[in-house]
Design a protein around this ligand. Structure first.
Ligand SMILES: Nc1ncnc2c1ncn2[C@@H]1O[C@H](COP(=O)(O)OP(=O)(O)OP(=O)(O)O)[C@@H](O)[C@H]1O
Ligand SMILES: [Mg+2]
Length: 266
């Protein structure tokens, strides 16, 4: 459901190396991707293929030495307010309540200057958006895992970014909560019209959520294929169309794992 045809994120010729044990190791190789404004993008790939690194590069938390990444037409050189981030672990302050944990995400100079009532209003509107009304004063240990991730999503949205980056946001949740949260993130996406880039290990989750599913190869991460998921929402995980896309992605995914790491199959 892209809102217009403008590219929100462009990734051109990106390579990434890290020094591990004094050797330069290729982590990501020749990544070229374009995501439209308002699209929901899911990225899947084996553990260690560089998914988090790619997300961190889009957010400006990790440097881009080779190639170029632009967000909203501007080259990413440092963390920018154009992107918000939701991490795999909720990264909440255990001693702070929901309101404070969300407010902590304010880095936008305009929002920082707001008086305490305006800040409260902003925080409360996000609490409502993520469905946590009534839990404003709760501290993280009084919340379930799904509720904690709701707080993280609100925090990721507090500076009103154009792009929300989500790194396996539901990875630690049980299956039922996970499905609920998938519906919640779609509701928030439809309400907020942000571009969403979500990393997941879960192929079904990627097909359920994404307009596009990007499949990366195992180390070093290269672009295997981008699948367009043209199914109307709410998607039926048991439909033949869903199964057909699932089977194509599995093929792409496991052919690659087989090719690179045959020892898994002995
Ligand atoms: N700051 C760093 N310094 C050195 N190596 C790093 C650094 N960050 C990540 N790596 C290495 O880069 C590779 C890719 O890591 P990354 O966290 O991006 O993978 P991933 O695809 O997100 O994996 P997972 O699915 O397990 O979260 C790994 O081999 C990791 O050890
Ligand atoms: Mg990761």
């Amino acid at each position: 459901m892209s809102n217009d045809n403008t590219n929100q994120i462009e990734i051109h010729g990106v390579n990434k190396k890290f020094v591990i044990d004094k050797k330069k190791v290729d982590i990501l190789k020749d990544i070229n991707l374009e995501f439209k404004k308002g699209e929901f993008i899911c990225i899947v790939g084996a553990s260690g293929c560089g998914k988090s690194t790619l997300l961190r590069m889009i957010s400006g938390l990790e440097t881009v030495e080779e190639g170029e990444i632009t967000v909203g037409g501007q080259k990413v050189t440092q963390p920018t307010l154009k992107t918000g981030m939701v991490f795999q672990e909720s990264r909440l302050f255990p001693w702070s309540n929901v309101e404070k944990n969300i407010e902590f995400g304010i880095t936008h100079s305009k929002s920082k200057k707001l008086d305490k009532y305006a800040k409260k209003k902003l925080v409360n509107s996000l609490i409502e958006l993520v469905g946590l009304k009534g839990f404003e004063k709760a501290i993280p240990k009084q919340l379930s895992g799904g509720m904690q991730q709701r707080v993280s999503i609100a925090r990721g949205l507090i500076n009103n970014p154009d792009v929300l980056l989500l790194d396996e946001p539901f990875g630690a949740l049980d299956a039922i909560t996970r499905i609920n949260m998938q519906n919640e993130i779609l509701r928030i996406w439809e309400a907020e019209k942000k571009t969403m880039v979500l990393v997941t290990h879960d192929i079904d989750e990627a097909i359920y959520l994404g307009d596009k599913v990007v499949v990366l190869s195992s180390r070093p991460g290269t672009l295997r294929k981008v699948f367009n998921v043209d199914l109307p929402r709410e998607r039926d995980r048991n439909s033949a169309e869903f199964a057909s896309i699932r089977s194509k992605i599995y093929k792409e995914f496991f052919n690659d794992v087989k090719r690179k790491e045959p020892e898994y199959y002995i």
